[in-house]
Design a protein around this ligand. Structure first.
Ligand code: SF4
Ligand code: SF4
Length: 304
């Protein structure tokens, strides 16, 4: 199983409700997107398929005629004049009855339809660059619905004397020192967190967050250096903590859709901000207490 398959499997493992919305992908988040395709201008040259390293595209021996009939021929026309004639002809013929997808005879070059797998695509844009007919584009949206499909809600489990169990990622440059300082200052904050030290908040992988949730953790808190003070990029918009802030925004929207809204949070504290670190933890633990135990625990119960 490759990394993308593992990631999708993990989303399925933690999902407790069927997603319904197509999500926006923040500008800086790479690796997620939707390929949109204009069949009428496709010459079935397969260049996109050759360019795709994860086999997310296939050429089907069929023509989706309704999409030809509804196509709008651009003012400057299609690059292929034959193709333009076919679309015009079909648009005239449509008055004569219903049109549907038709099969392309085996061995007939130049005709076919590209199918795209949302599960496999890593949004690298290589197919878009390879297509000389401009029929592909990469949109910053993510169709979680088609990626994970229907989700059966797990049973609600009764847990007596429940206390939130939270994983807190701390970066070893700042927020780890802030946590230490909070301890040295004898600040009182909830003991519900287990810290995991990482080199940079930007190094926390979604797969790690999901593994925690998959194991019944009630919430995941990611902490890092103050924005603009990342030790691996400073105020560069591509610095680790800036990037992670956008990634967390994206994963928060995914978790919202699959029934785990509010269980992932990111915040920042410098090494000198012990008091702020204690506040961040206290506020997050309070929020998780209000949400109650993770519904993923119901899934674990069914599996055991
Ligand atoms: S964007 Fe990349 S991964 Fe997705 S279909 Fe195109 S080439 Fe394949
Ligand atoms: S989408 Fe573009 S690159 Fe792919 S088969 Fe059609 S014309 Fe060729």
């Amino acid at each position: 199983m490759d990394k993308r398959e593992r990631l999708i499997q993990k989303i399925r493992n933690i999902a407790v409700k069927t997603p319904t919305r197509i999500l926006e992908v923040p500008e800086k988040v790479e690796g997620f997107g939707t390929i949109s395709y204009i069949p009428p201008s496709c010459s079935a040259c397969k260049k996109c398929i050759e360019a795709c390293e994860v086999e997310a595209l296939e050429l089907e021996p069929s023509l989706r005629l309704p999409e030809y009939i509804n196509a709008v021929i651009p003012e400057e026309g299609f690059r292929s004049k034959n193709r333009e004639s076919l679309v015009s002809l079909l648009q005239v013929l449509k008055q004569n009855g219903e049109v549907q997808t038709i099969s392309v005879p085996e061995g007939l070059p130049g005709y076919g339809s590209i199918s795209w797998s949302a599960q496999k695509c890593i949004a690298c844009n290589k197919c878009v660059e390879a297509c000389k007919e401009d029929c592909l584009s990469l949109e910053k949206t993510y169709d979680l619905v088609s990626v994970i499909g229907e989700v059966e809600p797990p049973p609600v489990v009764e847990i007596h004397d429940w206390e939130p169990f939270i994983i807190c990622f701390v970066c070893w440059e700042c927020s780890h020192a802030a946590a230490d300082l909070a301890g040295l200052m004898h600040l009182h904050y909830p003991t519900n967190i287990r810290t995991v030290r990482v080199p940079c908040s930007g190094a926390v992988e979604p797969i790690q967050i999901m593994t925690a949730l998959e194991n019944g953790v009630d919430g995941v808190l990611v902490t890092g250096c103050l924005l603009s003070e990342c030790h691996y990029g400073g105020d560069d918009p591509l610095a680790g903590n800036f990037m992670q802030a956008d990634f967390v925004k994206f994963w928060q929207s995914i978790f919202e859709e699959i029934g785990l809204g509010g269980r992932l949070y990111i915040d920042f504290a410098s090494a000198a901000m012990g008091i702020r670190f204690a506040e961040i933890v206290t506020e997050f633990v309070e929020r998780i207490k209000n949400l109650g135990p993770s519904p993923v625990r119901g899934k674990l119960e069914v599996q055991s």
